[in-house]
Ligand binder design. Structure first.
Ligand code: NAD
Length: 453
């Protein structure tokens, strides 16, 4: 199939950057990204590039080169679907809040609605691509919805999960470790796979493009995230043991990482994993295991999340114990709200949970992050407040001050807690001997007043 137009449903952290890179690599293809959130589309179209909704190093430059040439952000979903030969679905798949599987399974409402929209507006054969992370066998459900299309056009459904990491998304898209494409073994299924392979082949070496069956592609994404999160929880579990035994977690990580069978990546102790994906994808995996009667397997993966919660609460208690033992004021400065550096995404960030735990213990909390907006920070705190149905919620909000610069924050609190590894926090090493710093990212050198994990 000759691909001249591509549509992507979902203009978020995945849809925006991935389509920007495809547009850059394929100037002869028109790529249109659509979203039900009109404000988000306006932000993507903003003249001021600092207003685009996703912050990623390198992204602004690509948008500058491609936007309104062959990359479009549009509210006209119907037209984009109608005109495109290939349609990516990059919509959110959060954890279900109600109904069967609540708190565990993926909420597929957005993906199902997207499939219904495609079914309504498609006017010719389409290749429909799952970019969102989905439970294994979701393609079956999507095919079912598409087959109800009143126009009776044909569809091929592929799974092409995204492996980019926020903060390095553009670099990851340019030099992907692998691109995974799952398709049916039928002739038309394999033709569709080939069409997508051709898109990626322009910049990804053929040896890194893996073609597999649809279920393997869907499951590989969940499995990859579960394995990554498992490493973080493994090293964080060991960090607790280091603390009580006098071993140093960085030295232990380093020693472990020298073993080539283990490797040295993803072995850094931290306040726990965050981001929109790890927790929800593991819970989804747990739900799938339970569904298929694999209770022991489900329990194994669930503990990866439990250790993450344990690490957050353990670190909040560590601060509280220090403050009580030294008779200090219950006031701290939180450095970093994003779940990792180089992104403005704070979804599921450990900062939210550690801060909230301190607020519940009666602390006044000063917060600074270079990229996450004040509104976002307050929304994050309000979400937890509503979820926990906190008694006397106003006292929580009254105890939060959000600062515009690291200097303001430093002046406000004696005890500082580094929760995101932003480069600008590394300078804390030079000056602040009058401060007590808890460095939960291990980016500062150990000193009398600096406590690392
Ligand atoms: N963020 C990541 O780092 C990452 C990496 C790999 C995979 N993923 C997966 O990719 C998917 C998208 O993640 P994200 O972080 O980009 O989410 P996001 O919330 O940033 O973006 C999703 C967008 O889809 C839009 N949307 C929802 N329903 C729609 C509909 N029916 N029509 C049009 N637009 C609709 C939303 O308004 C939102 O803007 C998820 O399944 C996620 O698990 C995310």
């Amino acid at each position: 199939m000759k691909v001249e137009k591509i549509c992507c449903i979902g203009a978020g952290y995945v849809g925006g950057p991935t389509m920007a890179v495809i547009a850059l690599k394929w100037p002869e293809i028109n790529v249109t990204v659509v979203d039900i959130d009109d404000d988000k589309i306006d932000m993507w179209n903003s003249d001021d590039l600092s207003q685009i909704p996703v912050y990623e190093p390198g992204l602004k430059d690509i948008i500058k080169q491609t936007r309104n040439k062959n990359l479009f952000f549009s509210k006209n979903i119907e037209k984009a679907i109608d005109e495109s030969q290939m349609i990516f679905m990059a919509v959110n798949t959060p954890t279900k809040q109600t109904g069967k599987g609540a708190g565990m399974a993926s909420d597929l409402t957005y993906i199902e609605n997207s499939a219904r929209t495609i079914a309504s507006f498609a006017n010719s054969h389409k290749i429909v691509i799952e970019k969102s992370t989905l439970p294994v066998r979701t393609a079956e459900k999507i095919k079912e919805i598409l087959s109800e299309s009143k126009n009776k056009f044909t569809f091929e459904v592929l799974s092409n999960p995204e492996f980019l990491a926020e903060g390095t998304a553009i670099q990851d898209l340019f030099k992907s470790d692998r691109v995974l494409i799952g398709g049916e073994s039928t002739k038309t299924g394999q033709e569709a796979v080939q069409s997508l392979v051709e898109i990626y082949e322009r910049w990804i070496p053929k040896t890194k493009i893996l073609t597999v069956n649809v279920w393997s592609a869907e499951l590989s994404k969940l499995a990859s995230n579960a394995m990554l999160a498992q490493r973080i929880s493994s090293i964080n579990a060991l960090s607790a043991l280091c603390e009580v035994t006098g071993a140093k977690i960085d030295e232990v990580s380093n020693a472990i990482g020298y073993d080539h069978r283990i490797g040295d990546k993803f072995l850094k102790a931290s306040p726990g994993f965050g981001g929109s994906c790890f927790k929800k994808d593991i819970l989804n995996l747990v739900y799938l295991c339970q569904f298929y009667g694999l209770d022991e397997v489900a329990e194994f993966w669930l503990h990866v999340v439990k250790i993450n919660d344990f690490q957050r609460e353990r670190l909040a208690k560590k601060i509280d114990n220090y403050v009580s033992a030294n008779n200090l004021n219950k006031e701290v400065g939180v450095l970093g709200w994003a779940f990792k550096k180089d992104t403005n995404d704070s979804r599921e960030s450990s900062s939210i949970h550690i801060t909230y735990s301190l607020l519940e213990k009666g602390y006044k909390v000063n917060i600074y992050d270079p990229k996450v907006s004040k509104n976002r920070i307050m929304e994050d705190i309000n979400e937890v407040r509503n979820f926990k149905k906190t008694i006397n919620p106003d006292s929580i909000i009254d105890n939060i001050i959000i600062h515009n610069s690291i200097k303001d924050l430093e002046n406000s609190s004696l005890v500082l807690i580094v929760l995101t590894e932003w480069d600008e926090f590394k300078d804390l090493n030079k000056s602040k001997e009058d401060k007590i710093i808890f460095d939960f990212r291990n980016i500062l050198e150990e000193k009398e007043n600096i406590y690392r994990l």
